[in-house]
Design a protein around this ligand. Structure first.
Ligand code: PLP
Length: 496
C-alpha cells in the first residue's frame, strides 16, 4: 500500500490536474519495474491496447481512495451523515460527467459501463415506444453489445435496419435518411469505432434524426474524453460512456438521457428506483467518483492528449509504412481518431505476428474474441478481403504511451513482419513446410476445434500434427510457430 501510495504521489507531484505532463516511466523502465523488497517482477509487455482498456490515471485513483475506505456510506441513505457525504460525492461526479459532454447533471445516470448503457438505451427506448414504433436503425460496425441488443429486440418482434458502411468505414447519410420510417423510434450509431478508429459524422446524423423526430443514441465509449462531444451541438438524445476507456475504473459507466425534449425508456432492472427510476441498484460511490475524476482530467487534458497522441500515431504509421511494403491502413484516415490504428500486413497471419510480438500487448483486428476464427465483422463490413482481414493488428496509443514505446513496437514489428514473410515464401517441403489449420465448430457446444496439418493445400493424406484440439486460434498458431512451422491457410473441416 505504502509503495502504491508513494508511486501515486510521485506521479501526481509530477503532473497536477492542470499542470504540465509528468515525465512518465519509460517503456523499458516500466517493463523492469521492481515488485518490492528487491524482488524483480516478471517482465510485462508494453501496453499498446488502450481500446480494450486504459490504465487507471493515478489522479483518478487518488480521488477514489477515501471512498473505498473512509466514506463508505450508502449514497442513497437519507437519514445520516454517512449517506449525505457519499451522496454529495456522487452528485459531484455526476456534474463532472455532465460537464464533459455539455449536459445537465440530471441527465446523467450511472451504470456499470458502456455495455449496460447501450442495452438500456436500445432496449429501453424501443420497449417504451413499442405500441407506436417498432423500427430501429443501427450500423453493421457497432460494438457487439449494440448488435446483440438489436438482435434481442428482433426476437421480440421489432424490425432492425443494419446500415452498411462504405469502404472507409463511414455510413452514407443518404442511406440513413432513406432508411428512416414513420415508425422508427431510435437510430443508434457509434461515434468512434473501437476496431478501426473511424469517426462517424455525428452532428450530421443528429441533425437528420432531430429533423425527422427520431431519437439518436450514440455509443461514445471510444470518443468521450478523447474528442470534443457536446450533446446539444450534436443533437444527441442518448449517449453511452465507459469509465475504463478514459483512464477511470472498470465496472462503471454512464448514460446520458435527454430531458428536453424528454426521452422516455423502460428500465432494464427492477429494484429500489435509484437513478430516477431508470437504473435500480446502489450506485458504487468510489467508482462513480473515479468516473467523475476521469472525466474532469480528460476535459482538462483533451487537447494536449489529442495533439500528443496524433504525433505518436503519425510516427508509428510513417515508420511502419516506409519500412514495410504492402501495409494497408483500415478505415478512413481523415475521419479518424488517431489513437486507434488498424493495419493489415499482407502475407502475414495477424495471430502469428501477435505471437511474435509477445513483448508488446496488442490486439488482433482479425478476431473479435480469442476463440473466434472468423475475421472481424468490422473489417468484413468495410470490404477488407479475407486474407488481409486475417493479417490486421490494432495499435492503441493513449495518454501514457511514450515515444520510446512506439519506437520499440515499430522496430519489433518491422523485424517480425520481414521474418514471417521470409518464412512464408520458403519453398514447401523444406525446413518450415507450410501448414493448414483446419477448423470445425461443434454443433453441440459451439466450441471451435482446430487441426494442424502439414503441407498445404488440404490433403487428407497430409501428416496431422495436432488433431481436433479445443483451442483458440492464437494457441494453434503458437504451437505451430514453436515447432518452426508457418501457418499458411485456414480451411474448414467437414462438419463434425
Ligand atoms: C465502442 C464500445 N462500446 C462498448 C464497449 C463496452 O464497454 P464496457 O466494457 O464499459 O461495457 C466497448 C468496450 O470494448 C467499446 O469499445
Amino acid at each position: 500500500m505504502l509503495l502504491l501510495l508513494r508511486r501515486v504521489a510521485t506521479l501526481r507531484g509530477a503532473r497536477g490536474l492542470a499542470g504540465a505532463p509528468a515525465r512518465r516511466l519509460s517503456g523499458a523502465a516500466r517493463r523492469h519495474e521492481k515488485k518490492g523488497l528487491g524482488e524483480e517482477s516478471t517482465l510485462r509487455p508494453l501496453y499498446m491496447d488502450v481500446q480494450a482498456t486504459t490504465p487507471l490515471d493515478p489522479r483518478v485513483l487518488d480521488s477514489m481512495l477515501p471512498y473505498l475506505m473512509h466514506y463508505y456510506g450508502n449514497p442513497h441513505s437519507r437519514t445520516h451523515a454517512y449517506g449525505w457525504e457519499s451522496e454529495s460525492a456522487m452528485e459531484r461526479a455526476r456534474q463532472q460527467v455532465a460537464s464533459l459532454i455539455g449536459a445537465d447533471p440530471r441527465e446523467i445516470i450511472f451504470t456499470s459501463g458502456a455495455t449496460e448503457s447501450n442495452n438500456l438505451a436500445i432496449k429501453g427506448v424501443a420497449r417504451f415506444y413499442k405500441s407506436r414504433k417498432k423500427h430501429i436503425i443501427t450500423t453493421q460496425t457497432e460494438h457487439k453489445c449494440v448488435l446483440d441488443s438489436c438482435r434481442y429486440l428482433e426476437a421480440e418482434g421489432f424490425r432492425v435496419t443494419y446500415l452498411p458502411v462504405k469502404r472507409n468505414g463511414l455510413i452514407d447519410l443518404k442511406e440513413l435518411e432513406d432508411a428512416l420510417q414513420p415508425d422508427t423510434s431510435l437510430v443508434s450509431i457509434m461515434t468512434v469505432n473501437n476496431e478501426i478508429g473511424v469517426k462517424q459524422p455525428i452532428s450530421d446524423i443528429g441533425q437528420i434524426c432531430s429533423s425527422r423526430k427520431v431519437f439518436f443514441h450514440t455509443d461514445a465509449a471510444q470518443a468521450v474524453g478523447k474528442i470534443p462531444m457536446d450533446v446539444n451541438d450534436m443533437k444527441i438524445d442518448l449517449m453511452s460512456i465507459s469509465g475504463h476507456k478514459i483512464y477511470g475504473p472498470k465496472g462503471v459507466g454512464a448514460i446520458y438521457i435527454r430531458r428536453r425534449p424528454r426521452v422516455r425508456l423502460e428500465p432494464l432492472q427492477s429494484g429500489g428506483g435509484q437513478e430516477r427510476g431508470m437504473r435500480s441498484g446502489t450506485v458504487p460511490t468510489p467508482l462513480a467518483v473515479g468516473l467523475g475524476a476521469a472525466c474532469e482530467v480528460s476535459q482538462q487534458e483533451m487537447e494536449y492528449d489529442y495533439k500528443r497522441i496524433s504525433v505518436l500515431a503519425d510516427r508509428l504509421i510513417t515508420k511502419i509504412m516506409t519500412e514495410i511494403p504492402d501495409v494497408v491502413m483500415n478505415g478512413d484516415p481523415e475521419h479518424h481518431y488517431p489513437g486507434c490504428i488498424n493495419l493489415s500486413f499482407a502475407y502475414v497471419e495477424g495471430e502469428s505476428l501477435l505471437m511474435a510480438l509477445k513483448d508488446v500487448a496488442l490486439s488482433s483486428g482479425s478476431a473479435c474474441t480469442s476463440a473466434s476464427l472468423e475475421p472481424s465483422y468490422v473489417l468484413r463490413a468495410i470490404g477488407t478481403d479475407e486474407d488481409l482481414a486475417h493479417s490486421s493488428i490494432r495499435f492503441g496509443i493513449g495518454r501514457f504511451t511514450t515515444e520510446e514505446e512506439v519506437d520499440y513496437t515499430v522496430q519489433k514489428c518491422i523485424q517480425h513482419v520481414k521474418r514471417l514473410r521470409e518464412m512464408r515464401f520458403e519453398p514447401p517441403g523444406q525446413q518450415n513446410p507450410p501448414l493448414t489449420l483446419a477448423t470445425t465448430s461443434s454443433q453441440v457446444t459451439g466450441s471451435t476445434y482446430g487441426t494442424i496439418i502439414e503441407n498445404t493445400p488440404w490433403n487428407p493424406g497430409g501428416r496431422v500434427l495436432i488433431r481436433y484440439c479445443l483451442l483458440p486460434r492464437q494457441l494453434l498458431n503458437y504451437l505451430a510457430l514453436q515447432r518452426g512451422y508457418m501457418l499458411r491457410s485456414v480451411r474448414r473441416h467437414p462438419p463434425r
